[in-house]
Design a binder for this molecule. Structure first.
Ligand SMILES: [Zn+2]
Length: 426
């Protein structure tokens, strides 16, 4: 979850760096066709074959996506996700078409729950909702708690649902609660969300309360290692990240972050230095598809619009429903620019160039970034389009397999193994 309200349908012009303007492409294609129709046909055939191959690979290999916000979406408006839904990014037919096998659904707890005493209850209710998906539609969804589960369930035909808590505020200062969530099947925790909490600081919060982890946060890291829970480096501040890298006995995962290289200064994404450290520790960065994570122009546009919105809200003292209505209307009237699926592929390519093929994967943030998704990557049916872009960049079948699931499975297995060792040595 990375925005709070769904923005309106986006109709802005595509915004792709290093691309020829559409007019120039059209002229070029016209010249090519006129000059050499056979050559053009050949190019067309190659593209068609790559597209076919991408579709095949999406179905052949396991695809794990480490961040989908479908529970949050269904809390706003319940829908039958066993059938194709009118709106939304994830449902069974879309996931099947896209070749998705394992969906880590986010048990998102808003930052406002910190210190209220209701955060654990809220998380427990969301977990109950996810379990309900598997109970209500057992032929389509099944819960997954381990690497063994997802491997066993691969090829069965349904979707494995794994759970990650987004915002450790629901631990409510108790390691017993942490164990409780592990017992309920939660396999990763994003330690903070948009604000600092009792565990650590947040990348979105200008106030750095702890300069990294709190004393309790240090204990949380150790206990997560012992229990076998993946520590999620998304949303946390840089200081927190560096401290976790030092402290954690197991590799860590950024479940839905992209590369700061493309958006300098945007702390929610990972810098090159951080990606290198993550890789040295054997971890993985799962690339977020949201345009605000992908393009600096969109990020800047969003920041400018947010500033205008905030100013208006403040000067007109808007609150409650009035504030929500104004925000919705403003966003409808000011659609964000769009990016393209190939821009997401560029982030993956950047990680590969930086640290190699073994440290990157997919963390879409579907149902968590509103209508802020790239052209060609609008919902869970679109993974083949991303694979196609990666094949076009020259990646091999073996590379695709690693990005789709093997890298993440390696980290998850390692987390399980280290937990086992820690528990045996006690
Ligand atoms: Zn998020």
């Amino acid at each position: 979850m990375d925005i709070y309200h769904r923005s309106s349908t986006i109709s802005g012009a595509m915004n792709r760096n290093k691309r020829l303007p559409l007019r120039a492409v059209t002229i070029l294609l016209t010249i090519l066709v006129a000059a050499c129709p056979a050559q053009t046909k050949k190019i067309g055939d190659i593209e068609l074959n790559l597209k076919k191959k991408a579709e095949e690979l999406a179905q052949k290999y396991m695809i794990i996506d480490t961040h989908l916000d479908v529970p949050y979406r269904l809390k706003q408006k319940m829908e039958d996700i066993s059938e194709r839904t009118a709106e939304g990014d994830f449902d069974y037919p879309r996931a099947k078409k896209g070749g998705l096998n394992v969906a880590f659904v986010a048990v998102y707890v808003p930052a406002e729950y910190e210190g209220t005493g209701n955060a654990k209850k809220f998380a427990d209710e969301t977990i109950g909702m996810v379990e309900g998906f598997a109970r209500t539609w057992p032929d389509k969804f099944v819960m997954a708690r381990s690497v063994a589960d997802v491997k066993k369930q691969f090829g069965w035909g349904g979707i494995s649902l794994a759970m990650g808590i987004e915002n450790g505020t629901c631990i409510e200062g108790s390691l017993a609660n942490l164990k409780h969530f592990h017992d309920r099947g939660v396999r990763y925790i994003t330690l903070a969300h948009s604000k600092a909490n009792h565990i650590c600081d947040s990348s979105f919060d200008p106030e750095h309360k702890w300069n990294g982890l709190s004393p309790f946060g240090v204990k949380v890291v150790a206990e997560m290692n012992r229990l076998g829970m993946i520590i999620d480096a998304s949303h946390i501040s840089d200081d927190t990240f560096y401290q976790i890298v030092e402290l954690s006995k197991a590799p860590i995962v950024a479940t839905h972050s992209s590369c700061r290289h493309f958006i300098p200064g945007f702390e929610r994404n990972m810098s090159d230095e951080m990606i290198k450290l993550l890789a040295e520790k054997g971890g993985v960065i799962q690339i977020n598809f949201g345009a605000m994570f992908i393009s600096s122009q969109v990020r800047q546009q969003w920041a400018d619009l947010e500033k205008k919105m905030d100013e208006y809200i403040e000067t007109h003292n808007l609150e409650g429903q009035e504030k929500d209505d104004y925000t919705e209307q403003f966003k409808r009237e000011h659609p964000l620019q769009r990016v393209h699926v190939s821009d997401v592929a560029s982030h993956i390519e950047h990680v590969i160039e930086l640290v190699g093929i073994d440290y990157v994967g997919l963390g879409s943030d579907f149902d968590g970034v509103g209508d802020n998704l790239p052209v060609g990557l609008e919902d869970a049916s679109c993974y083949p389009n991303l694979i196609y872009e990666l094949l076009k960049k020259g990646l091999t079948e073996e590379d695709i397999k690693k990005i789709c699931s093997e890298n993440l499975l390696r980290v998850w297995s390692q987390v399980e193994k280290i937990a086992h060792e820690l528990q045996s040595s006690q």
